[in-house]
Design a protein around this ligand. Structure first.
Ligand code: ADP
Ligand code: MG
Length: 278
């Protein structure tokens, strides 16, 4: 069941049965249909997600914004298969994850998703190389290949020569780059990032965002939670949440890589990048 994938790309036909306009769309990576997540019972019941419909297709870069308590982390947990929805359907890369057991879910997470967290979540006593190779070990990749793949991923994020450093010997920005290398080393269909620049200084934030830009341009699908407009400006699509619902979902012109260099102090790049197209 885990290995099954829908092979035909969805085709949108023109209404009324006309076949003149047929558009082939990229396959969905995330498909949420009327997803509800509640906590508690009776009067204490909270609708953390109050009916969310969202489709994210392969290659998209989506930022999720919303006030504290609007449901962003709950959405992230459902999308990341860390928590199950109360009602509604979630398909990840064509797989309905609703009835998978914990073991199957951890396999799905390992194969399909790369996670990047605000606090890096690296193993403190392991080297950068070991941290990056860890998901490959879970996936059963032989040791020699693990090493080669982890070295390549560290090179991709610009950390050549830091392979044997431990997290405490690296700056925050470097640690987050290790975490990004760990997230992409398994070649997942989805990169899920929760406030990935939240613990970084502005220079490191620019570098990390430039890395996400680069990964997106190389074809990665990215969903990023952030409360900063400057960060959301890097995405091509901005989804806003309020009270467990999506209240807006807009395409935007993403901040170009040339803008992803440190701006002079006090100058925000958001104004340059927030133009919205429909
Ligand atoms: P955000 O990440 O946008 O700040 P959350 O998804 O964490 O929002 O929370 C959405 C709502 O669900 C909030 O009202 C929050 O208090 C509630 N909530 C989240 N997690 C739990 C939980 N484990 N138990 C009870 N209520 C929760
Ligand atoms: Mg949160």
């Amino acid at each position: 069941m885990i290995g099954r994938r829908r092979t035909s790309a969805p085709v949108a036909a023109a209404p009324g049965g006309a076949t003149a306009v047929v558009r082939r769309e990229r396959p969905p990576v995330i498909e949420l249909t009327r997803v509800v997540k509640t906590y508690g019972d009776g009067e204490a019941r909270v609708f953390a997600l109050a009916g969310v419909d969202l489709v994210v297709r392969r290659g998209e870069y989506v930022a999720i914004m919303g006030a504290s308590g609007s449901g962003k982390s709950t959405l992230m947990n459902v999308v990341g298969c860390l928590d199950a929805q109360t009602r509604g359907r979630y398909r990840l890369d064509g797989i309905d994850v609703r009835h998978l057991d914990e073991g199957q879910l951890s396999v799905i997470r390992n194969r399909k998703i790369g996670f990047v967290f605000q606090s890096f979540n690296l193993l403190p006593r392991s080297t950068a190389l070991s941290n990056v190779a860890l998901p490959l070990a879970y996936a059963g990749v032989p040791a020699r290949e693990r090493r080669a793949m982890a070295l390549a991923a560290l090179g991709l994020v610009g950390l050549h020569g830091r392979e044997s450093h431990r997290p405490a010997q690296l700056s925050g920005g470097q640690q987050q780059k290790v975490a990004i290398a760990r997230a992409v080393v398994t070649n997942p269909v989805l990169l899920l990032a929760d406030e990935p620049t939240g613990a970084l200084d502005s220079h490191s934030s620019y570098e990390v965002l430039a890395l996400f830009d680069q990964l997106w341009r190389a074809g990665r699908t990215i969903m990023m939670i952030t409360h900063e407009h400057d960060v959301a400006a890097h995405a091509e699509r901005l989804v806003r949440m309020r009270d467990g619902r999506i209240v807006s979902d807009e395409r935007q012109v993403p901040a170009s890589p040339s803008l992803a260099v440190p701006a002079p102090a006090g100058v925000s790049s958001a104004g340059l990048a927030m133009a919205v197209t429909s």
